[in-house]
Design a protein around this ligand. Structure first.
Ligand code: UDP
Length: 370
């Protein structure tokens, strides 16, 4: 099949890299980058690191309000789809690029394939939730990563075309984790970040969701991070530029133990997760990676669409929202004094099997339109 895949953000570049070998083994892929993330740290470096091809079409949409961004993508995608005449358009996840890709294709009568279909936080206040719901209702192939996602789709009356394939991001993590398993990788990362790093003797945090850029939310998560960081246990906060700008305009300062760094590369992020005492995050991707690696994780939002990551974690992953008391209590339990030994054992004993999601998606597409 001739497939236009639409990417635009960091997690979509990562998912596209996970799918690429399996997809291109069976199909012809036309790669379209909307430019929703345009900054080097969030997009540019990932092409090189993940071996992604240059996009066949770069739409250069950039920033703006949700409406401006989505409208710009729709207007620029339509002529590309008319010229490329694909058999299907493949979209990933839950961003404005997902919504625009699905809508532009559906309006032209081109079948849509959605990778990460069926996820629901049941919070329509999250822009991602709106994008997911619309993309799913426009899709012909719905590649669900989890049983809960399949059930969510069924509850909305969507059964045709639903295939539970597992998680493509797990395929990529399984492919590269061997490169970061040795604790020695922390030496080079620590040197680059100007902080000495040892297994289990630091924390990693990421914060990027829109709801965590509001002043009250910034006050709450910065209190959580400030309480978590200690002189003998630094906290590395890999900060999205949007959150960095919101933090700056809030006027709030983070204490010295919180080391604010630019967004990191994929392997660096995976390495820092694997060897950390614990991870604190509002990211969907980081949550699952922490789950696969067995690293304790505090989820810094009120609910998660990755239900199984929590329920299958044996208590290692906890949705704490922005409650500083709860976060401190759970962190004391999840990252105790013996965290360094636990982190060493975790990296040594890790066996991360791929999900087989990429191959299942490529095969399902080869079967033709459901
Ligand atoms: N990630 C990264 N650098 C960072 C933070 C995250 O490479 O500084 C990776 C992370 O390992 C995961 C993906 O980005 O693979 C998650 O993307 P993000 O948190 O932006 O979005 P979400 O998963 O919440 O949609």
């Amino acid at each position: 099949m001739r497939i236009v895949s639409v990417v635009g953000t960091r997690p979509q570049l990562i998912k596209a890299a996970a799918l690429l070998p399996a997809l291109r083994a069976l199909h012809q892929e036309v790669f379209v980058d909307t430019g929703q993330h345009w900054d080097e740290a969030l997009a540019g470096t990932f092409f090189a690191e993940l071996g992604l091809p240059r996009p066949d079409h770069s739409l250069g949409v950039g920033g703006g309000s949700h409406a401006e961004q989505t409208a710009g993508m729709l207007a620029r995608l339509e002529p590309v789809l008319l010229a490329e005449r694909p058999d299907a358009v493949l979209v990933y996840g839950d961003t404005n690029s997902t919504l625009a890709g699905a809508l532009a294709a559906a309006k032209l009568g081109i079948p849509v394939a959605h990778v990460e279909a069926g996820l629901r936080s049941f919070d329509r206040g999250m822009p991602e939730e709106v994008n997911r719901v619309v993309a799913d209702h426009l899709s012909h192939w719905l590649f669900a990563p989890t049983p809960t996602a399949v059930a969510n789709l069924a509850a909305e009356g969507i059964r045709d075309g639903v295939v539970e394939v597992g998680d493509v991001m797990r395929d990529l993590a399984a492919r590269v984790v061997a490169e970061v398993r040795a604790p020695a990788v922390l030496g080079a990362i620590g040197a680059a970040l100007h902080v000495p790093l040892s297994p289990g003797e630091y924390l990693l945090a990421t914060v990027h969701r829109a709801e965590n850029r509001r002043p009250a939310a910034i006050a709450a998560w910065s209190a959580i991070l400030a309480a978590a960081a200690r002189a003998d246990r630094p906290l590395i906060l890999a900060l999205h530029p949007g959150t960095r700008a919101a933090l700056a305009s809030s006027g709030r300062e983070l204490p010295e133990g919180v080391l604010v760094v630019e967004p990191l590369g994929y392997r660096t992020t995976l390495a820092l997760q694997l060897h950390a005492a614990a991870v604190l995050t509002d990211s969907g991707g980081v949550q699952r990676e922490a789950a696969w690696l067995g690293t304790p994780c505090l989820v810094l939002r009120p609910r998660t669409e990755w239900v199984e990551a929590v329920s299958d974690s044996g208590g290692r992953m906890v949705v704490v929202g922005l409650d500083p008391g709860r976060a401190a209590g759970e962190l004391a339990r999840l990252a105790p004094a013996e965290a360094p030994e636990l982190a060493r054992a975790r990296a040594r004993d890790l066996h991360l099997a791929p999900a087989g999601a990429a191959a299942a998606i490529a095969r399902a597409l080869a079967g033709g339109r459901p």
